[in-house]
Design a protein around this ligand. Structure first.
Ligand code: DAH
Length: 342
């Protein structure tokens, strides 16, 4: 019996260790514990032994069984840890994936840059509503109801009953609504404000999107004149576009400024000589002018004592001019191949 038990244990060690799967292991288990196993035969054999040998033989068999169970348990644990390593979604030995670093969107970059340039001249960034009353958007800016000057800008109105004084609410088509709001906030000049906000208009083509950003500047003080406005634009242009660029003022008409101008800058592509990108060497930046006395009055400011200038133009347009992008819509298509160039 002793030699048979030793044989079982020797075999078991090798066979159990060589099991490659749970199924393998089950098969081996039956081989050792099944009806036809050597162990079972030995157990039965105990019955035939003389009485005094039975207890010892029983103990030996139990010992072997425990030893085998232990070997099976170990094999099971080993197999299941091997299997879970195989099916784990994480391979700790694989080389890491490099995380692609993004950056601020061009519009956000430009906003930061514009704010910084104007802050050097003492202009403070203010935020005024994106949905505002008719009064702040038009009427206080010298655009009475039904005036044709509104046509281009009367766009998306909110369905709500109008206020008796301020009228309806509108998605602002320009940031000029911040002008009178700033005058009311400060009450007594000096005022140096930049207002940056989203604007909305009925437009879409290579140089227009229905939603875009504008920045509006307003400066009010004693003795402000056109050279101050021109100097401010040159400072901005040279800091934003480059030291060689210059501006010019072209007479224009806006209801809220008198006199009014369109501001142009020299074209980067041809250096002002004239090319396909520009109008004979100049690119149009946006509108500006000396604040109309009626607008000062709307803001409660005495036009006899104070004067000022204002300007406003699109951020997307400004970016397009700086980067020589010929389709503004690219800014909003989220094409990484375009965006990651900046
Ligand atoms: N609000 C005008 C627009 O959206 C731009 C503008 C022109 C703003 C003249 C001004 C200004 O402050 O003085 O086209």
């Amino acid at each position: 019996m002793d030699s048979q038990i030793a044989k079982i244990l020797r075999e078991a060690d090798q066979i159990i260790l060589s099991a490659k799967s749970r199924e393998d292991l089950e098969r081996v288990y039956i081989k050792f514990f099944g009806k036809n196993s050597d162990l079972n035969k030995l157990t039965k054999k105990i019955l035939t032994l003389p009485k005094e040998q039975k207890p010892k033989a029983g103990q030996q068999i139990n010992l072997v069984k425990r030893e085998l169970e232990k070997l099976f348990e170990e094999a099971k644990t080993r197999l299941s840890s091997q299997l879970s390593a195989l099916s784990s979604p994480i391979d700790p030995t694989a080389p890491g994936k490099r995380i692609q670093l993004g950056h601020l969107h061009l519009v956000s970059q430009a906003i930061e840059e514009i704010v910084e340039i104007f802050s050097k001249l003492g202009f403070l960034l203010q935020s005024y509503p994106e949905i505002d009353w008719d009064w702040y958007t038009f009427e206080s800016l010298n655009m009475p109801k039904n005036h044709p000057a509104r046509d281009e800008w009367e766009t998306f109105f909110i369905k709500a009953s109008p206020d008796p004084k301020y009228g309806s609410q509108v998605l602002t088509p320009h940031t000029s609504n911040g002008q009178v709001r700033e005058m009311q906030r400060v009450k007594k000049p000096p005022i140096r404000m930049i207002n940056i906000a989203r604007c909305y208009r009925r437009q879409i083509d290579v140089s227009h999107t229905p939603m875009f950003h504008q920045f509006e500047g307003l400066l009010i003080d004693k003795n402000v004149s056109i050279p101050d406005l021109k100097g401010t634009f040159n400072f901005f242009t040279q800091n934003f576009f480059g030291p060689d660029r210059v501006t010019r003022l072209r007479p224009h008409h806006f209801r809220f400024t008198e006199p009014s101008f369109e501001v142009d800058i020299t074209c980067d592509v041809c250096d002002g000589r004239g090319c396909r990108m520009c109008k004979s060497g100049w690119l149009e930046l946006g509108g500006a002018g000396m604040v109309h006395p009626k607008v000062l009055k709307s803001g409660g400011i005495d036009a006899q004592i104070y004067s000022g200038f204002a300007f406003g133009w699109g951020i997307e347009r400004t970016i397009a001019m700086k980067t020589n992008t010929d389709d503004i819509r690219l800014l909003y298509q989220n094409d990484i191949r375009f965006l990651e160039q900046f």
